[in-house]
Structures are given as structure tokens and as C-alpha cells.
Design a protein around this ligand. Sequence first.
Ligand code: FAD
Length: 290
Amino acid sequence: MRLEDIYQSPKPVISFEIFPPKGENIQEKTDVLFEELKILSKFNPSYISVTYGAGGSTRETTLGLVKRIKKDLNICPTPHFTCVGLCRPEILSYLESIQELGINNILALRGDPPKGEEKFVKPKDGFGYANELVEYIKSNTNLNIAVAGYPETHQECACLDEDILNLKRKVNAGASVIITQLFYDNKFFFDYLDKTKNNGIDIPIIPGILPISSYKQIERIIELSGCKVPESLMKKLEKYKDNKDDIKKIGIEFAVEQCKELIDNKIPGLHIYTLNKSAATSGVLESLNL
Ligand code: FAD
């Protein structure tokens, strides 16, 4: 099914994100991942998105997972794709392999600068920004295109207003859906909805939700994404940081309340970053009982 049709649903659409396992014993890790996905499939996700490793490090494994999600779980997969270091013919060839698998959707991203480089350098005969990639996908394929949004502003951008003008370029180029970076303070998301609407962006904007499952994890997330965690939540996490079970419980309870408020505000769906595990996501969705 195409993303634009999926988000016609009157009920909030549930979708999950996974990443390709890395390191040794990939086959074994992939089998474990599919056991987790089988557990999560009882929540009837409308699609599962699969990340694309930085700099194309998971080109083949991303496609392998996409294929298996479709075949083994009969769930619609959505591969992520970044254009880091690629020229147009290479991009086209990858897009063709996606289409040959019978996939309808793609999450089109520019990607981060390669490790060790501070600025993104446009590859020769490639693209400097995601809006150019979206335009290329639109004119060369029949794929339905999702793009990334940043309620707390993308780290390279000077301010949210400018970032939203750049988001608009992706929408004008043919994106059908926006999936956001994770956040913990809904205020950022609601402000984002207001600002995008004022800028004429009228495609579905889907909040990205990551239930906190460990103290170390949230420290790393703050460092990587720069997202703000509400003070009251941070205090609670600090208080119980030595008890793993308490942290998991706090993480689920917070995510449930966060999602309830979003649903009350009529969001089109929830995109849950599962981190390849079922427990936290199941805890949240069981409580929401959608
Ligand atoms: P862009 O939309 O191109 O934006 C990049 C920066 O440039 C922004 O600051 C923007 O304001 C600015 N900008 C955009 N267009 C223009 C323009 N025309 N002129 C001037 N400035 C412009 N990374 C991965 O490597 N693999 C993944 O699978 C992956 N999945 C993701 C999924 C989601 C939902 C999100 C939110 C992010 C994901 N990322 C992933 C991270 C993403 O690759 C990085 O955040 C990257 O730095 C930006 O990609 P983008 O597509 O948002 O870029």
C-alpha cells in the first residue's frame, strides 16, 4: 500500500522503525529481530520502516530486511535511503532494485556527512539536499515518498523557521508524508504543526516516538539528537537510574502519556522507534489500546 493511502485511515496509523543488525552473526541476529517483529505484528502496523546505515553501509541488508518483512510478515515495508556519496546512476540503480521488490514507498534522506567530515559535500553528479533527491525520485520512479522533519530544528540549521522553509522544498518536490525526529516534549511538536501549517504544508506529519528503556540510552540520545527532555522526567530518570526495571517502567508510562496527548490532538499516526526490541513498544501500545 502507498503511504498516502495508508494515512487516509480515520484511526491513528501505527508504524515501526527497525535497523539492520550489525557485526557478527547477522543471520542469527536477524532471526531474533524477526521473532520480536512477530510479537509486534499483533498491533497491526501499517508499515515497518528499515533504516539505511550511514554512508550506505547497509545497502544490501536494508533491502534483505525489506524483502523478508514483506514475505514472512506480510507487512508493508518502507526502506530508508540516503544519497550520501552517490551519483545519479547509482541512485537510480538502487531505486530500481527497490521497485523490483514490489515496494511502493521510500523514506528519502540526504543523510549526515561521512564520519570525520563536518560539512556535507555534494557528490559529483549527486545531490546536496534531500529536496533534490525527492525531485529525482519523483521524476524517475512511481515510489511514494516520505521525508524527515525536525520539531526541535535540524542541527545544521540556524533556526526552525528556515528549517521549515527547507522542509517545504521537500514537500513541493513531491513528498507525501513527513516523519519526525524523536522528541519528548510535545510542545515542540505542536509548535511545529502550527508553523508548518502557516507555511502551507498540508501533508501528514507523523511524530517519531522512542520509549526510553535505559538511562544510558537517553544520555546517548540527548547527545546525538540534542532533544530536550522535560525536567520532571529527567529528574525521575536520574532518581531511578540504577534500577533498570524502574527506568523501563518510567519510560513506558511517559511514552503512553505522550502518545495519549498526541492522539487527543488528532495526529495521523505514531511512528515508533523500536530499536529492534518488542518489549517497550508492546508496553506502550497495550496501554493505549488503539
Ligand atoms: P535535508 O532535508 O536535506 O536537510 C539537511 C539540512 O539542510 C537541514 O538543516 C535543512 O534545513 C538544510 N536544507 C535542506 N534543504 C536545503 C536547501 N535546498 N538549501 C539550503 N539548506 C537546505 N540517517 C541515515 O543515515 N539513515 C537513516 O535511515 C535515517 N533515517 C532517518 C529517519 C528519520 C525519521 C529522521 C528524522 C532522520 C533520519 N536520518 C537517517 C538522519 C538524517 O539522515 C540526518 O538528520 C541528515 O543530517 C539530514 O537528512 P535530511 O533528509 O533531513 O536532509
